[in-house]
Write a protein that binds this ligand. Structure first.
Ligand SMILES: NC(=O)c1ccc[n+]([C@@H]2O[C@H](COP(=O)([O-])OP(=O)(O)OC[C@H]3O[C@@H](n4cnc5c(N)ncnc54)[C@H](O)[C@@H]3O)[C@@H](O)[C@H]2O)c1
Length: 258
């Protein structure tokens, strides 16, 4: 199997790249940080393909490099993501326009641009697999960062749309939605990250293992924190109760901050 992992230089992406290689895949490791991509690629005997997947050219160059190395891309893990801090607070909108735009490009458009490159070939051969790393924030919400919550909902929605549209033509889509995972992103998540995520946080290796078994089981939603399924059901079944609970958490964050 030939696989690509974006954002594979650290955290969940690195664990995914290692797990896929251990399972026998040939892996192309992408990251915007060339040194990080190279370190992981060297470790697992893969190819480093640094690129910024937030741009159309970056994704096109990555897929071309991957095809040259692998022959065909069987599995593409669109995993790179960023968490811009920012909400609307007493001082006004705290997330800059640039943070919204960058979040949109990395957390949503990178998946769209990957599909643009890969789908024609996959549909022609009737086979292809895409793993989109969204987040539990894409099923629920993440306090403290509106750009992250909104764009991760976009990622889930795009993954659903792809599966609904192309499932009968051989496209397999998985949507990975973890809560807290002990990576650099969580370390940088501030007070909301502490209150909401840290207690139940898991290691990136556990997330990679969940992806491996989610692929084997052919499951669309991959939930390394099983409790997320219950929160998601509550959000759908009693949205007001769910929102009151989230707001109580926000009040806890405010109190601990104040
Ligand atoms: N850590 C968590 O708690 C958590 C929870 C849910 C979802 N996620 C998601 O998991 C994914 C991986 O995050 P992580 O926790 O491993 O964080 P991380 O910061 O450790 O890793 C992200 C990697 O992506 C790379 N990257 C960022 N922008 C890029 C771009 N434009 N092009 C190529 N590479 C880029 C970074 O250099 C970094 O190596 C993200 O999509 C994130 O939103 C993380």
């Amino acid at each position: 199997m030939g696989a690509v992992v974006t954002g594979g230089g650290s955290g969940i992406g690195r664990a995914l790249a290692r797990r896929l290689a251990a399972g026998g895949a040939r892996v192309v490791v992408n990251d915007i940080d060339p040194g990080a991509a190279k370190a992981v690629a060297d470790e697992i005997g893969g190819l480093a393909a640094p690129a910024d997947v937030a741009t159309r050219d970056g994704v096109a160059g990555l897929v071309a490099a991957a095809r040259a190395y692998l022959g065909e891309v069987d599995l593409y893990c669109s995993n790179a993501g960023i968490a811009a801090a920012g909400d609307v607070n007493d001082e006004g909108p705290a997330a800059a326009e640039a943070d919204w735009q960058r979040s949109w490009d990395v957390n949503v458009m990178a998946h769209v641009r990957a599909a643009e490159q890969l789908l024609p070939g996959w549909l022609a051969r009737g086979d292809g697999r895409l793993v989109i790393t969204a987040s539990a924030a894409g099923l629920l919400t993440m306090l403290g960062t509106a750009p992250y919550s909104v764009t991760k909902h976009g990622a889930v929605s795009y993954a659903e749309w792809l599966a609904a549209t192309y499932g009968h033509r051989g496209l397999k889509v998985h949507c990975l939605c973890p809560q807290g995972v002990r990576t650099n992103m969580l370390s940088d998540a501030g007070r909301a990250g502490d209150v909401v995520l840290r207690e139940s946080a898991i290691e990136p290796e556990a997330v990679a293992e969940a992806v491996w078994s989610g692929i084997a089981d052919g499951r669309f939603l991959i939930l390394p924190h099983p409790e997320v399924a219950g929160y998601y059901a509550l959000r759908a079944g009693d949205t007001d109760k769910w929102l009151r609970g989230m707001n109580r958490l926000q009040q806890r964050i405010d109190t601990e901050q104040g």
